[in-house]
Write a protein that binds this ligand. Structure first.
Ligand code: NAI
Length: 343
């Protein structure tokens, strides 16, 4: 039986608590995974590293290609840049994927939400190029390259085909940003017409798209966006299904992939044993599904399904942490999931 080695970055704040929770569920579910721990964020500085993202952490991901990452604190005003942005750049993790689905037992305005947001992760306004033009005037550069626009469009259509999804909607503002967003939709349209005509495709101006999303999310399936829009749209969509505690995410490149919950290190509740580990656990099941695909190991998909059934059953039975209106702490929820693994 193959055991897949995966890098685990516990992160900061609630990160170690929710990482331990995922490890406990994986162990109980007999996931064919061995975690090797590496550090990033303040946890790395605390261990004497000079950088929030130590070279050995990046090297370990390059070696094993897959990582599960807890949230990392970015110290404010200390000259450090975000671990997440640095990881995406160093490993060229150009596709951010966030599935957003209604969860059993989590009551929200809409039922049966089932969306996937794909965000271009490397350029746009997050390229970090800002200049002081003159006193009182700054310019922030929105970068779009044809290569990156094509790459994310191609990745998304391929993903849609593999996951048997029906439609891709590109959210854009090409009516104003005619060149940058214009190039983004040009490339998506080209990939659709030339390579994937069977998948439905539409372009929606992002302001109207937001209105449509909150009126009726079922009209969308996969949403493809450039970096900034993707960041905003994915949090809006998280709100449609119950918020940060139930939203997993992945950052994927050609060689490597880093799976992480969307929430941060939640310093306000760190160490209190009340953090909801579900989002990281869901990210863990995404990771297992990727291992199943890329390593051709169907057992990983079976275990992912088993874990998914167990946490869904726990939620249905009202076994929830406080952020979802329940009363359980982190350990209590882990126990509730483990008890339902073989049910
Ligand atoms: P946050 O997501 O940490 O917290 C926002 C609110 O949600 C807080 O009230 C928190 O208690 C609650 N919350 C978050 N996750 C929860 C969970 N699993 N269970 C229960 N409640 C939860 O966002 P905030 O406060 O803006 O950021 C705190 C730190 O996290 C910052 O240093 C920020 O840079 C970092 N961060 C890291 C991310 C990452 O590594 N992926 C993503 C977002 C923020």
């Amino acid at each position: 039986m193959t055991i897949h080695t995966v890098v685990l970055i516990p992160g900061d704040g609630i990160g170690p608590e929710v990482s331990d929770a995922v490890k406990a569920v994986f162990e109980a579910a007999e996931a064919p995974v061995r975690f090797v721990t590496q550090y990033a964020g303040v946890a790395a500085l605390d261990r004497g590293k000079e950088d929030l993202l130590p070279a050995e952490t990046v090297a370990a991901i390059r070696e094993h290609h897959v990582a599960l990452k807890g949230p990392c604190t970015t110290p404010i005003g200390a000259g450090f840049s975000s671990v997440n942005v640095a990881l995406r750049k160093k490993l060229n993790l150009y596709a951010a994927v966030r599935p957003v689905r209604s969860m059993p037992g989590v009551k929200t305005r809409f039922e049966d939400v089932d969306l996937i947001i794909v965000r271009e992760n490397t350029e746009g306004l997050y390229s970090g190029i800002e200049n002081l033009i003159t006193d009182g005037v700054v310019a922030s550069l929105k970068v779009a390259t044809r290569v990156a626009c094509h790459r994310i469009a191609h990745w998304t259509f391929k993903y849609a085909t593999h996951r048997q999804r029906k439609k891709i909607s590109v959210f854009h503002k090409a009516n104003i940003m005619k060149m940058s967003d214009g190039m983004f939709i040009d490339e998506a349209r080209k990939v659709h017409n030339e390579d994937y005509p069977n998948i439905k495709y539409e372009e929606v101006i992002i302001d109207a798209a937001h209105m449509k999303l909150v009126q009726d999310p079922s009209q969308f399936d996969i949403i493809l966006c450039e970096n900034l829009y993707g960041d905003l749209v994915s949090d809006l969509c998280a709100g449609l299904v119950g918020g940060l505690g139930v939203t997993p995410g992945a950052n994927i490149g050609d060689d490597d992939a880093v799976f992480e919950a969307v929430h941060g290190s939640a310093p306000d509740i760190a160490g209190k044993g009340v953090a909801n580990p579900l989002a990281l656990l869901m990210s863990g099941t995404m990771m297992l599904n990727r291992l199943a695909d890329t390593r051709h190991d169907p057992r990983c998909a079976e275990v992912a399904e088993k874990i998914k059934r167990a946490y869904s059953a726990a939620l249905e039975d009202g076994q929830k942490t406080r952020d979802l209106g329940g009363e359980l702490g982190t350990q209590g929820f882990v126990q509730a999931v483990i008890e339902r693994l073989n049910g």
